[in-house]
Design a protein around this ligand. Structure first.
Ligand code: SF4
Length: 342
């Protein structure tokens, strides 16, 4: 397979395209500035800022705009605010809770028989403090042309693979040109039928849904879906809603997965409100993940017994089709493990 990245892809919406990249270049990396933007007195939080040594702070400004001013307990702020407790070593919490650090081919994870996960880009627009990949050796898996080619060759050789999942980091960190090239290469592999994108980028920078991206995803022969990552209904604002409208109009199915996070969404009312708002925006609630026990983020963990109680309360509030599946990922397991609600 020849490796050729096209030099020119027509830009339908150059202005929007530049705009998301501008936002990306302008993310807030200093927690002091983040709190100042929210009119929160910083002097009480200085020791917490040290946790940025463990995992850098990155927060796009459109995401900050959705936070409530003056509220240190804002559920969006808590997802990105470094805390001193990240230095605590907690038994059972490890660097690689899902056993991902040894990859099949650099940049490609083959955990499930018929699906592979391709690390399209190593970084994210936002650094979520609870991220199970906060210790992932992205430097060793940093995508480049040679690695992409190796991954494509691997997919070509494994005829059992019917679905390719673009992941990262965040795959939408790649430019539309690079995505177009990758999609075209995967289209050439006849046994691949589906393409799935897992992304949080539009949630933190809604301008990322460009017309050229929508065109690319809707024109490919691959059945394409997008799985968003939204944890709280406050993350869905007008800007995100308008961006998603472009995908809805192109009939690209949208799903959502959330992580159950202590102090952020660990209440049935909060999660039910999220499911309702997702549905209002054409997004199907899909998974509610138990927190993956990654070292440095134990303060987000919700015990399973409590998670079951929350899920049962949600079932009393929501119609069945708005109820996300409560699941846990277990390293080495062939699929996600549903939590028994009985
Ligand atoms: S966007 Fe996803 S992969 Fe990136 S830091 Fe957040 S949780 Fe982790």
């Amino acid at each position: 397979m020849k490796l050729e990245i096209p030099q020119i892809i027509p830009h339908i919406d150059k202005k929007m395209h530049l705009s998301w990249q501008k936002e990306l270049a302008n993310v807030v990396t200093d927690p002091k500035i983040l709190l100042e933007m929210l009119n929160i007195e910083t002097k009480n939080y200085l020791q917490h800022f040290k946790a940025r040594q463990l995992f850098p702070v990155r927060v796009p400004r459109p995401f900050i705009k959705k936070m409530q001013k003056g509220n240190i307990n804002d559920p969006l702020l808590k997802q990105v605010m470094p805390l001193f407790s990240e230095f605590l070593i907690t038994e059972g919490f490890i660097a690689d809770p899902l056993g991902e650090h040894d990859t099949a081919v650099e940049g490609l994870l083959h955990k499930y028989k018929h699906r592979v996960l391709l690390i399209v880009k190593s970084g994210c627009a936002v650094n979520c403090r609870y991220c199970f990949r906060r210790h992932f050796p992205y430097a060793d898996n940093s995508p480049n042309k040679i690695r992409w080619q190796q991954a494509l060759d691997y997919i070509q050789q494994h005829e059992e693979i019917t679905e390719v999942i673009f992941s990262g980091g965040d795959p939408l960190m790649a430019s539309d040109e690079h995505l177009a090239w990758l999609v075209s290469q995967i289209e050439n592999i006849s046994h691949v039928k589906r393409l799935r994108l897992h992304t949080r980028l539009p949630v933190v920078i809604p301008q990322r849904i460009t017309a050229s991206l929508v065109k690319l995803l809707s024109k490919t022969r691959l059945k394409t879906t997008m799985v968003l990552h939204i944890n709280h209904s406050n993350e869905i604002d007008k800007a995100l809603s308008s961006s998603l409208e472009l995908l809805r109009e192109a009939r690209i199915p949208l799903f959502n997965q959330s992580v159950l996070l202590k102090g952020i969404n660990d209440q049935a009312q909060v999660l039910s409100q999220l499911s309702e708002k997702l549905f209002d925006n054409g997004i199907q609630p899909y998974y509610l993940h138990m927190f993956d026990q990654v070292q440095g983020a134990a303060h987000f963990d919700v015990p399973e017994k409590q998670a079951v109680k929350i899920a049962k309360e949600m079932m009393m509030i929501l119609p069945g089709f708005l109820m996300p599946k409560l699941v846990r990922e277990i390293a080495g397991e062939a699929n996600k493990t549903p939590i028994n609600l009985a």
